[in-house]
Design a protein around this ligand. Structure first.
Ligand code: SF4
Length: 383
């Protein structure tokens, strides 16, 4: 959602373009005055993404937003309460083929529902949403999406689960007023991801007390992490570091992240603190680097392709990332330094000899897991 005054057409469009570049696929702007509605009239045709008008108290603003050509409206049943006004908006939206999101918010729940259900509960929120739908149905309007947001994550999850049982309409997910980072990010992700994993939700919004670009970025990253959107940008994975680390993993990961983000390369890159476990643990990454014996072992899909001096790790990683995106994995594997695998293995063995066996005892653990699984299967067969 934009944070500019909607009447400020140029400022709002700059923000909309930035949001779209950060991954937003729909942008909402407030329509709280005639100036805002006039602004929307100019913004809508120039926007790279559909614009939704946010309406709170005034029916006139809903009608003005429809006149301005927005792609959808969001109505808050707790704020726009008169049935005749609600039906008028639905009729006008229907005439234009414009959908409406019924956006219930725990903080502004219609007091009648809070009273009937003994407080702000999931049942009260869903009842408010369904009541609004009934009013829409009275005028033959059904082009509806819903949201039942709350700042309380458990309440929000319960409300959406209940609503999903009752309607087939699209659901827009959000933890409202989640707050500043990092707590807001955690709350929003807990609520949204839980529901998405259950197959509930069609659109999402992060409501953070932060630059709205952060909201768009977070939403995009969540969808990419859950496999619901193709990766558009960088996915940097890095080990958490431990006593075995041969470099400042946090510093190198940050330097790599900022250099790679600047270039906007759509790949998964791993930064690993040591060569003992690093390349193996990050073998699924497109590209990675692991530190050891003052060197960086550069690997593509787990195969060592080059060994570079430690102080050139970030540069080498960035250069390889650019070539990888330009030429593809097969071509870069074919261009690997033929002595790199052997040199890397020698470093790994030397480190193991110096510092003892694999700190995480991964080989032993994998063997133990295999034995446990195998004995479990044998047990299943006996049952
Ligand atoms: S063992 Fe190596 S790769 Fe794993 S956390 Fe420690 S430093 Fe990082």
């Amino acid at each position: 959602m934009t944070t500019t005054k909607t009447a400020d057409v140029e400022g709002t469009l700059v923000q909309i373009y930035s949001l779209a570049a950060a991954g937003a696929e729909i942008v909402r702007c407030t329509c709280n005055s005639q100036d805002a509605a006039d602004g929307l009239r100019q913004i809508v045709p120039r926007s790279p993404v559909p614009i939704v008008a946010d309406i709170h108290f005034h029916v006139e603003m809903a009608l003005a937003a429809l006149e301005s050509g927005v792609a959808a409206l969001r109505l808050n049943p707790g704020n726009l309460r008169k049935p005749e006004e609600i039906k008028l908006v639905a009729r006008e939206a229907g005439a234009r083929g414009v959908p409406i999101r019924i956006g219930v918010n725990a903080g502004s729940l219609h007091p009648d529902f809070a009273k009937e259900f003994g407080g702000i509960t999931a049942e009260a929120m869903v009842a408010s949403a369904l009541h609004e739908l009934e009013l829409f149905h009275e005028v033959g309007f059904d082009d509806v999406a819903f949201s039942v947001k709350a700042s309380n994550v458990a309440l929000m999850i319960a409300a959406y689960r209940l609503l999903a049982e009752k309607v087939d309409h699209p659901l827009h997910l959000g933890v409202t007023e989640a707050g500043p980072l990092p707590g807001g990010l955690i709350k929003a992700t807990a609520g949204i991801a839980t529901l998405l994993a259950e197959g509930i939700g069609d659109t999402i919004r992060y409501s953070l007390t932060a630059d709205p670009i952060e909201e768009a970025r977070a939403g995009r990253q969540l969808l990419e992490a859950m496999g619901l959107r193709e990766r558009k940008g960088l996915d940097l994975i890095a080990c958490p570091s431990c006593g075995r680390a041969e470099i400042d993993v946090i510093g190198v990961a940050k330097a790599a992240q900022s250099a790679l983000e600047e270039r906007n390369l759509p790949i998964q890159v791993a930064v690993m603190g040591c060569v003992v476990n690093g390349p193996g643990e990050a073998r699924e990454a497109d590209l990675g680097i692991a530190a050891g014996r003052k060197k960086g072992h550069l690997f593509i899909k787990g195969h060592i392709v080059r060994v570079v001096p430690e102080d050139e790790m970030v540069e080498a990683l960035v250069a390889e990332a650019e070539q990888l995106v330009a030429e593809g994995i097969e071509a870069r594997l074919a261009a690997a330094d033929s002595s790199a695998e052997a040199e890397a293995e020698a470093d790994r063995q030397a480190l193991l000899a110096e510092k003892g066996d694999d700190a995480n005892a991964s080989e032993d653990r994998i063997e133990l897991i295999r034995r446990t699984v195998a004995s479990g299967r044998a047990g299943d067969r006996r049952d």
